[in-house]
Design a protein around this ligand. Structure first.
Ligand code: ATP
Length: 289
């Protein structure tokens, strides 16, 4: 397949939006071709739109290698040699039985507890698919996490206070504060909360808007990885559909890792999936839907 710069990777969805004489514009990238190969490549993309990922430029993956976790003072590992890699701007889903260790893994990834062994990092790759830099440590502040039922943890009396709750403790000068203010504006817009007054009581919002607010809080500082634990749990059908739509939109800009039992509703968004088996063993597996 020397006709253009792509390789087959894990399934990632994109749609062909427009074709020009030398390129195809998709929902995730612009594919450019030499004139001699254009027709062949176009035919190929039309036949296999869900099986390809463009790698014509550098890209990064969030990577987890050999993670074991045994809570201090206990004798059993809750996680056993967990390995996976998630391409940037894609959505990975972890499913599995209750008590298998999914939330435990998310907490490690968010830096809320430390793995007993193993590493978590970001790896950059070049056009050829080989690493082109040393792995980069992923500090906890670059990871956002939205817990299950995040609205239960709302503390403030207004939406604005809820979003800016941690700010007085933020180090940094006026420039950093300005960045945060811009981030706030962007986050509010990106989750569709701009129609809501910032003075509104967060507890008075609808279920779907509470979830949007929980997402906005995590988006202010544009995390490299956004983790969501059961994002649809406890919502009515309308709010669930709204959250699915929002995740689809956020996936264009962010890397998302989701734990959920709601496989059917999320299936159209999922690029890669893993089953967590009892005993904390993670296996790459298509969703059973
Ligand atoms: N600090 C701890 N010490 C000992 N056991 C723990 C600790 N934290 C969690 N566990 C146990 O680890 C197992 C995995 O829990 P975890 O919450 O990660 O599962 P889960 O897959 O997220 O379940 P669910 O789908 O119900 O949320 C459970 O049996 C839980 O009781």
């Amino acid at each position: 397949m020397g006709c253009c710069s792509f390789v087959c990777l894990a399934p990632l969805n994109f749609q062909i939006l427009e074709e020009t004489s030398s390129s195809i514009i998709t929902s995730s990238s612009i594919l450019k071709f030499s004139s001699s190969s254009l027709d062949r490549c176009k035919r190929f993309y039309r036949r296999k739109p869900n099986a390809l990922k463009l790698v014509s430029s550098d890209y990064s993956c969030f990577e987890v290698k050999g993670i074991n976790y045994r809570p201090p003072g206990t004798q059993h590992n809750l996680l056993n040699d967990v390995n996976f890699s998630l391409h940037e701007k894609s959505l990975g889903l972890i499913f599995g039985r209750s008590g298998s260790g999914k939330t435990t893994l998310l907490q490690l990834l968010a830096g809320l507890s430390k793995p007993t062994s193993g590493s978590i990092y970001i790896q950059r790759y070049g056009e050829d698919g080989n690493p082109n830099q040393s792995p980069e440590h992923l500090p906890p502040e670059r990871v956002g996490i939205v817990f299950q039922f995040p609205e239960r943890y709302f503390l403030a009396d207004t939406v604005l206070e809820e979003v800016t709750f941690g700010w007085p403790r933020q180090k940094g000068g006026i420039q950093f504060k300005e960045q945060l203010a811009l981030g706030l504006q962007r986050a509010i817009n990106s989750v569709g909360l701009n129609g809501i007054s910032l003075d509104e009581d967060p507890h008075a919002l609808s279920g779907g808007y509470k979830r949007r607010l929980a997402l906005a809080i995590q988006l202010v500082q544009t995390p490299d990885l956004l983790i969501l634990d059961e994002p649809l749990a406890g919502l009515d059908w309308k709010a669930r559909a709204d959250v699915v739509k929002l995740l689809k939109y956020l996936k264009k800009e962010l890397t998302l890792l989701v734990v959920s039992h709601d496989l059917k509703e999320l299936s159209s968004l999922v690029d890669q999936s893993w089953r967590m088996e009892m005993g904390g063993l993670l296996k790459k597996e298509p969703m059973p839907v």
